[in-house]
Unconditional design. Structure first.
Lengths: 675, 332
């Protein structure tokens, strides 16, 4: 146990020991890390609104880095596989560095995932046992398993090996080799599952193809070893660790062929998608060619193609590939950057453009996203620098159990003192914690109150000639709420307000109207004046027959009574209005019908629509949805004007305001697309 | 403290709740002296309680009641009015369905804003709309445009041919319906086989027996897998703290429905679960001025929505994705 403690202290002490160049390097990284702390703080406090994510493009920078880095993590295999399966002696010596790359990459993956989450404080909700782990349904849970197990495998593998080296004991290959084999297989799984995570969504056609997992793996096996080669070259130059050319050559070959296959797969995808362009191809088309004035990714895509193709051709020639001082590093940088684009922003963002309903918009990361992403990368490189330095110390024998360790003995003494102090200060800590909780911000709800109350003209139905019903809104009564923009009713508190039973409806068919209520139109008649106050047989005599004749009155309803446009002059006023009792209607059989039930009259001719209306298919009803439950029915004349129907049709109305544009899209873009 | 209680008419649940808090489930109360219980401590208790509560679906009746009480207390304080949080479970023998007549829809967006009013969405700034009304162009044929526009023939690998794109919901007209256009509102389709539920890593969103796909806002971790997986673009994320003015807040809420949300969680249409589980029509149905929206119980052959399916030609959006939407479009 004590040996293990001494190992961990020695490892990290050695990692931090170095010349000015190391400290400058770590200082630069720390600067970005500090910036990231600020950015992350802003994001935690204000929410993801500090990013440029929006409803249309809800994944971006962070997810792009996440996917790329899972590939980097998997790429440790490119060192382990030749080393332990093909017994590549030179790679075996330094295989542990590959595992350090994996550990670092997974660490960064976890950072980016935390940044991606809207509620990182609730992470425990998706943990097994304490939360709910939706396994095996949700592929994200598979990803959680494979990534964390992979991290564990690599930590155990790498530090077991280093510890054995440290103590000078023999590595137990019966334990170690199966572990390595297992982690090789597991590495494939992490990238496969990450591909499945996104390519199982029919909602995103660009991702929805089975080439995704293999493309992920090949791109990972190109970008990963490219990074490892670069770090090996730097290590070789700056430390005493000898990394044989042979080891680098093997990795360079892996990069070459993986890159070749990856490009082949990309080409297959492009040809398949773009030969016969379908709805399935729009995202890719947007990525490659842009759409109208939305083309921010086009340059990135082509840059990535140029980088990858040139890297591939450099690597194809053994003479260039083996030139570790110039051409190989160039090819590696090209590969790394090319794939970083291709598999990062070039993969994640276009899948959201257009949206599933065909809306185009554009996304560029915000400054906060950029400083956070830089910071997470810096944190990763910081960690990798230390892990690599510690490992190199062990591999070189500079750090070993036998060597003196002043730091460790110093810490051992201090730990005792610190332990006692912590014990004493416990109550104080608790108080601080309690105080912090006590002072938790209650959540600022900014109430941008628009107090300017316009006089609202409120109407219930569609604004037509016959049935404009104005409802005065009394202050403080939560009955009807109308739109400030148009006056239309948006919300009913009591849908039955001012209604009365519709009355008997003696018709056949299985439907229920027992609880049907209507806004009484008879009452409305009386507000003005009952019709019968004039049409009483004396003031105005009862007409002798139903023949059309020129009327001098009611020209507001029908301008020219000889030209009544309902049934194109085939019917006239008295076919519907009761000549003997003008407060009612009358049907062809002479049956008196209330104004509350015009459907009994209209339905005589418009049978099919009447049937639909009775069944609830035609017309509006509010109130309760259940069969036979209380409902307010809109009757025919509440929407339709029976007078002059061929002329006075439904009039267009004012729409409610336009929804907010996504932050990265403007009205000008919209107009440009719709020229 | 008691003054405030009286003012809000909160004798019942809140008093009980305060007593519980005073009983000192937390050391916080003990530290500050148990008698002088300030609003802040009660709030801390609410925060803690909300923090550690279980997923709504797994709560016992007792825990549900607790969670609801906590929320009622918090909302009542935050919005200066008596807020009720309802927990009505699904009604047995009911499977909700929706039907929309695209021939009738005039694109006036009343449903959109009726929904915002009812469901306490963020507004004015960082706006959230659950319903989007898409404007579509009526078909036309112009022989002189053959080879130029949408009826292009031949192939060039790099240009879309014969496919209409750009579902447009940002139309700004003085009057609707606009000549030569029709309208196509979309919202959550309450799929029988919802892709969003499948991908949720924490089972935050799930399908209730009445067919409504609901979200426990207090359980959502904000990973947006569901947003990405939804083929109908129906889910919305609270990028920042939602902006809900006090006086516009609708105090009749449901735990799984229109209660105010917090930043960093996903929300979407619930068929107005707070209304429909109590028999009422959803707000959009009531707001629609042309009666294009129909709602009802799919298990009842006489319900309006079943009658639509019976009498009209219906179709569902993206039925090829096997999501089995319960949102039917029809024409007369």
């Amino acid at each position: 146990m004590k040996n293990l403690l001494k190992f961990s202290v020695d490892f990290w002490v050695h990692a931090f020991k170095g010349g000015t160049r190391l400290y400058i390097w770590l200082g630069i990284l720390s600067f970005f890390i500090l910036l990231m702390f600020y950015g992350t703080y802003l994001q935690l406090v204000n929410g993801m609104i500090v990013t440029n994510y929006n409803d249309q493009i809800s994944w971006g920078m962070y997810e792009a880095q996440f996917i790329f880095l899972v590939g980097m993590a998997a790429a440790a295999v490119t060192v382990l596989f030749p080393a332990y399966v093909y017994h590549h002696a030179k790679l075996k010596e330094i295989a542990v560095l590959g595992e350090m790359v994996a550990i670092t990459a997974v660490f960064m993956v976890l950072l980016f995932i935390m940044a991606h989450m809207g509620r990182p404080d609730r992470l425990w909700h998706m943990m097994p046992v304490v939360g709910i782990f939706n396994f095996p349904d949700a592929l994200l849970t598979w990803d959680v398993i494979v990534i964390n197990v992979y991290l564990l495998l690599n930590i155990v593998g790498a530090f077991y090996y280093l510890y054995k080296k440290y103590t000078g004991a023999e590595v137990n290959y019966k334990f170690y080799v199966p572990l390595v084999y297992f982690s090789i297989a597991w590495a494939i799984s992490i990238h496969t599952v990450t591909a499945f995570l996104i390519n199982t969504m029919p909602a995103r056609p660009m991702w929805y193809h089975s080439i995704m997992p293999i493309k992920f793996i090949t791109t990972a096996f190109a970008a990963g070893p490219a990074f490892i080669i670069l770090s090996f070259l730097i290590i070789r130059k700056n430390t005493k660790l000898h990394i044989h050319d042979n080891a680098i050559a093997t990795l360079a070959q892996i990069v070459t062929w993986s890159l070749g296959i990856a490009m082949f797969l990309s080409m297959s995808e492009v040809v398949t998608e773009l030969y016969q362009i379908t709805e399935h191809s729009f995202s890719l088309e947007y990525l490659i060619l842009g759409h109208g004035n939305f083309s921010s990714l086009v340059i990135w895509y082509w840059a990535s193609i140029v980088l990858m193709v040139s890297a591939f051709f450099i690597l194809l020639f053994p003479r260039l590939r083996n030139n570790t001082s110039l051409w190989l590093p160039i090819a590696c940088v090209f590969t790394f950057v090319g794939i970083w684009i291709d598999k990062g922003m070039g993969l994640v963002v276009p899948a959201f453009v257009p949206t599933p309903i065909g809306e185009f918009s554009e996304y560029t990361p915000s400054y906060i996203e950029i400083i956070n992403s830089l910071g997470y990368w810096a944190a990763g490189l910081f960690l990798f620098t230390l892990l690599a330095r510690g490992s190199i110390g062990v591999l070189l024998g500079e750090v070993s159990l036998k060597s003196e360790s002043p730091a460790f003995s110093f810490l051992l003494r201090k730990a005792k003192v610190a332990g006692e102090a912590a014990h004493k200060s416990m109550p104080a800590l608790l108080i601080c914690l309690a105080a912090a909780l006590w002072a938790l911000p209650p959540g600022a709800y900014a109430a941008d109150e628009e107090t300017a109350q316009e006089p609202t003209e409120c109407f219930e139905s569609r604004d037509v000639y016959s049935t404009r019903q104005r409802v005065e809104i009394e202050p403080g009564v939560d009955n009807i709420k109308c739109s400030k923009a148009t006056g239309g009713v948006l919300w009913f508190g009591d849908p039955f307000d001012g209604t009365e039973p519709m009355g008997e409806m003696p018709v056949e068919g299985a439907y229920s109207h027992e609880e049907a209520v209507v806004k009484p139109r008879t009452k409305q008649l009386k507000w003005f004046m009952p019709c019968t106050s004039c049409h009483n047989g004396q003031t105005v005599p009862y007409p002798k027959d139903k023949k059309p004749r020129l009327l001098m009155m009611h020209q507001d309803i029908v301008e020219n009574s000889m030209d009544l446009q309902h049934g194109r002059q085939a019917i006239w006023c008295l076919d519907c209005h009761n000549p003997r009792n003008r407060d009612t209607l009358i049907d062809n059989l002479g049956e008196e019908i209330s104004f509350n039930q015009p459907q009994r009259l209209c339905g005589k001719c418009h049978g099919q629509i009447y049937g639909d209306w009775r069944a609830g298919v035609h017309g509006k009803r509010i109130g309760n949805w259940a069969k036979g439950d209380k409902k307010r029915w809109w009757v025919c004349t509440e929407c339709h004007n029976p007078h002059m129907v061929q002329v006075k049709r439904f009039q267009p109305i004012k729409p409610e305001p336009v929804p907010e544009y996504p932050r990265t899209r403007t009205k000008a873009d919209y107009e440009e697309l719709h020229k | 403290m008691s003054d405030k209680d009286d003012k809000n008419g909160l004798e019942g649940p809140r008093r009980k709740f305060l007593k519980k808090a005073a009983a000192g489930a937390l050391g916080v109360a003990a530290l500050a002296g148990a008698e002088a219980l300030s609003a802040k401590e009660a709030e801390a208790r609410v925060t803690w309680g909300e923090w550690f509560q279980k997923n709504y679906r797994l709560m016992t009746e007792e825990e549900k009641k607790d969670a609801i009480e906590r929320l009622e207390q918090r909302y009542t304080e935050e919005y200066d009015k008596r807020v009720a949080v309802d927990g009505t479970p699904p009604i047995e023998g009911v499977l909700f369905g929706y039907a929309l007549n695209i021939q009738k829809c005039i694109g006036c967006r009343r449903c959109v804003y009726g929904c915002v009013k009812e469901n306490n969405q963020s507004r004015y700034d960082a706006e959230i709309h659950w319903i989007r009304v898409i404007e579509m162009e009526k078909g036309n044929f112009a022989p002189e445009q053959i080879g130029e526009g949408s009826s292009k023939v031949g192939a060039f690998a790099g240009e879309a041919a014969g496919v209409t794109l750009e579902g447009e919901h940002y139309y700004e007209h003085d009057l609707v319906p606009k000549e030569g256009h029709f309208y196509f509102p979309i919202a959550c389709m309450q799929c029988e086989n919802p892709p969003c539920v499948k991908v949720c890593p924490a089972r935050t969103t799930y399908r209730d027996p009445d067919g409504i796909v609901v979200i426990d806002y207090n359980w959502c971790i904000g990973c947006r897998m569901c947003v990405t997986a939804c083929p109908y673009w129906a889910r919305r994320f609270n990028w920042g703290e939602p902006n809900l003015p006090k006086d516009e807040m609708n105090p009749a809420t449901h735990y799984l429905g229109n209660r105010p949300r917090m930043k960093g969680v996903v929300e979407k249409c619930t068929f107005c679960v707070q209304r429909t589980r109590k028999g009422r029509h959803p707000a959009c149905v009531e707001a629609c001025p042309v009666g294009a929206r129909k709602f009802g119980n799919l298990l009842d052959p006489d319900s309006e929505v079943r009658q639509v399916i019976e009498r009209k030609r219906v179709f569902r959006l993206k039925a090829e994705l096997n999501t089995y939407p319960k949102f039917f479009y029809f024409i007369d």
